[in-house]
Design a protein around this ligand. Structure first.
Ligand SMILES: Cc1cc2nc3c(=O)[nH]c(=O)nc-3n(C[C@H](O)[C@H](O)[C@H](O)COP(=O)(O)OP(=O)(O)OC[C@H]3O[C@@H](n4cnc5c(N)ncnc54)[C@H](O)[C@@H]3O)c2cc1C
Length: 248
């Protein structure tokens, strides 16, 4: 086990070698996304916001590696991922439609020292997700709830249509959650489908008592647009942490 230095002088344990991850449960999150519950003996633990590397190897030795965010706070050997099916995607297709409970693949990590949340950080939290970008932010939300943390928290999630919202049942009961639909809004919604706008972001920021630390995650274009809008609203760029998922 190695230690990885983080900004601020802290460090976390990192598994130097590949570990076997066995799928112990799997559930559909949306019609095109699936949550995998993994048992990873030897997992060194992680912070909310970190990701891991998945390595798949075929019998002929060909292997592919991809990054996946961890959806849950640290809970020993149990690690949850939520994977969005990318059309014609090599690894996501296997993880969403191919792998079965009982199967195993390799993982290594955790990875990431900047896009992390530490509960001792007193800053209010502004979390902004586009599509599958909610995965690492959900780890923050879950840790925040588990600890009954005092920091005010606002979560904004942008999805195309109601069916595309991950963790819908869990989010439905939570305060401080704003869901924005870009293509089709739920029946009776007062908001016509549209991209998340700067005034909408401003309204969420205004609900927080002081300058928040922002975590923005999703496809590259979404992340850039939101980060620019937050800086234009007066947030210190150093307080806007970003994680980009898709191809740049
Ligand atoms: C730090 C980090 C964390 C991530 N966390 C998650 C996560 O929690 N859940 C998750 O589902 N994904 C996550 N991703 C994306 C993931 O790593 C893969 O890129 C994604 O699953 C596609 O891999 P693939 O092998 O299926 O597609 P590939 O075979 O690599 O690509 C197939 C085609 O799709 C395009 N493509 C690749 N990725 C995307 C994408 N994300 N959106 C649209 N088009 C794409 C490619 O350009 C290519 O044309 C994360 C990425 C990073 C960098």
């Amino acid at each position: 086990m190695a230690r990885a230095a983080l900004r601020g002088g802290l460090s976390v344990a990192v598994a130097r070698r590949w570990l076997e991850a066995r799928v112990v449960d799997a559930r559909a999150e949306t019609p095109t996304a699936r949550t995998l519950v993994l048992d990873v003996p030897g997992w060194p633990g992680h912070l909310p916001g970190q990701h891991l590397t998945v390595r798949l190897t075929s019998p002929d030795g060909y292997s592919a590696q991809r990054s996946y965010s961890i959806a849950t706070p640290d809970s020993g050997a149990r690690v949850e991922l939520t994977v969005q099916l990318v059309p014609e995607g090599e690894v996501s297709e296997f993880l969403v439609t191919g792998v079965q409970v009982g199967d195993a693949f390799e993982v290594r990590g955790p990875v990431g020292g900047w896009f992390v949340w530490r509960a001792e950080d007193p800053a209010p939290l502004l979390l902004v997700a586009g599509g599958s970008g909610i995965v690492p932010l959900m780890a923050v939300v879950r840790e925040h709830r588990r600890l009954l943390a005092p920091q005010p928290l606002e979560l904004v999630v942008s999805v195309r249509s109601p069916e595309d919202l991950y963790y819908a049942g869990e989010l439905a009961g939570l305060p401080g959650v704003t869901v924005v639909h870009t293509r089709r809004a739920p029946e009776g919604s007062g908001r016509p489908p549209a991209r998340l706008s700067a005034p909408e972001l401003a309204a969420v920021v205004a609900r927080l008592p002081e300058q928040p630390r922002a975590y923005v995650c999703g496809p590259t274009g979404f992340v850039e647009a939101v980060a620019d809008a937050l800086v234009a609203l007066g947030l210190d760029p150093a307080e806007v942490r970003t994680e980009r998922f898709g191809p740049s």
